[in-house]
Design a protein around this ligand. Structure first.
Ligand SMILES: *[C@@H]1O[C@H](CO)[C@@H](O)[C@H](O)[C@H]1NC(C)=O
Ligand SMILES: *[C@@H]1O[C@H](CO)[C@@H](O)[C@H](O)[C@H]1NC(C)=O
Ligand SMILES: *[C@@H]1O[C@H](CO)[C@@H](O)[C@H](O)[C@H]1NC(C)=O
Ligand SMILES: *[C@@H]1O[C@H](CO)[C@@H](O)[C@H](O)[C@H]1NC(C)=O
Ligand SMILES: *[C@@H]1O[C@H](CO)[C@@H](O)[C@H](O)[C@H]1NC(C)=O
Ligand SMILES: *[C@@H]1O[C@H](CO)[C@@H](O)[C@H](O)[C@H]1NC(C)=O
Length: 253
């Protein structure tokens, strides 16, 4: 679960930030308003997010967002698909997902940093979501803008940000009229033979579970790749913590 690294990072960040109270950080978003922000309450108010709210509840992503907001200074951006957006999915598509895949689908709609509409202009693609790996056949999310229009492409669907539901400098919630379908769950399967994986672990794991059976090798790849994804998350976490320490140390000394 990719929220795991952020969880671990909180105490560290907090202590570092408390330690460096004199440092003014240019990119720090405005402090959240008093009282805990509650993504559920925000979406309930509008009345057209019942499916997404149910997913936030059963995957516990809603609680994670609230906790993360309370503990992180990065903020969070949520792309909330309307009930109509879910109606637009192929019938049965949502129900056919496993619990883990539902978690991934929801996490794909959550970006672990606050993005104002103007910040969309400068994001670097593919944008990393809570779903993790951004490689083409995994969970890439691309954002492009022209004027006020913000386009989102997942490789499976293209849509635009339809509306700003909520923004407070820490949490941004945007309405999308299509469910953001990730390549990993809804795209074509990744081509297996040709592009040699850079990663030897992946190859040997795939081979270990062996067999020529299509089903066997497909699920082996899925399992192997989720392990790889976790590793990469951990690496990213370690790298970013190291960077953070270096960065803050620079100002503290
Ligand atoms: C958020 O709001 C929902 C419904 O309004 C409530 O059930 C839940 O307990 C709230 N969560 C927090 C952390 O306040
Ligand atoms: C938010 O953080 C404060 C202190 O850091 C803690 O006392 C409070 O219980 C937290 N609230 C939630 C909803 O996590
Ligand atoms: C955004 O998408 C629309 C179609 O939905 C397209 O016409 C436009 O060129 C796209 N703009 C950018 C910047 O990608
Ligand atoms: C997203 O953008 C990157 C960099 O521009 C590009 O390589 C990639 O193919 C794009 N992916 C999708 C799904 O559009
Ligand atoms: C799998 O590994 C065995 C040796 O352990 C090797 O002989 C075989 O060619 C490998 N198969 C593939 C598809 O890499
Ligand atoms: C992949 O993981 C799932 C559960 O995580 C398990 O049921 C399945 O047997 C695994 N498949 C392989 C080939 O290891």
């Amino acid at each position: 679960m990719s929220s795991f690294p952020f969880f671990l990072a909180f105490p560290l960040w907090l202590s570092l930030i408390l330690h460096c109270t004199s440092v003014s950080q240019p990119t720090t978003p405005a402090p959240a308003p008093p009282g805990p922000t509650n993504i559920t309450k925000i979406l309930e108010k509008s009345g057209q997010y019942t499916v997404f709210l149910r997913l936030l509840l059963i995957t516990q992503a809603g609680d994670q967002i609230n906790t993360q907001l309370n503990n992180s200074d990065q903020g969070i951006t949520v792309f909330a698909p309307t009930d109509n957006a879910f109606s637009g999915m192929k019938s049965g598509a949502l129900n056919s997902l496993s619990d883990q895949q539902k978690v991934e689908l929801v996490q794909f709609h959550i970006v672990p940093m606050f993005l104002s509409t103007s910040q969309f202009q400068t994001v670097s693609n593919p944008l990393r979501t809570q779903a993790g790996e951004t490689a083409y056949y995994k969970f890439p999310l691309n954002i492009t803008t022209s004027g006020n229009q913000v386009n989102i492409s997942t490789g499976v669907i293209d849509t635009t940000v339809a509306n700003t539901i909520y923004t407070d400098g820490s949490l941004a919630v945007y309405q999308v009229d299509k469910v953001l379908l990730p390549m990993s769950l809804f795209g074509p399967p990744a081509p297996t033979p040709d592009p040699v994986p850079k990663n030897d672990d992946k190859k040997s794991e795939a081979n270990d579970s062996g067999g020529d059976s299509k089903d066997g090798s497909a699920s082996a790849t899925a399992n192997a790749s989720s392990a790889v994804s976790f590793d990469r998350n951990m690496c990213g976490f370690i790298v970013s913590v190291t960077e953070a320490i270096a960065f803050i140390a620079m100002f503290c000394l």
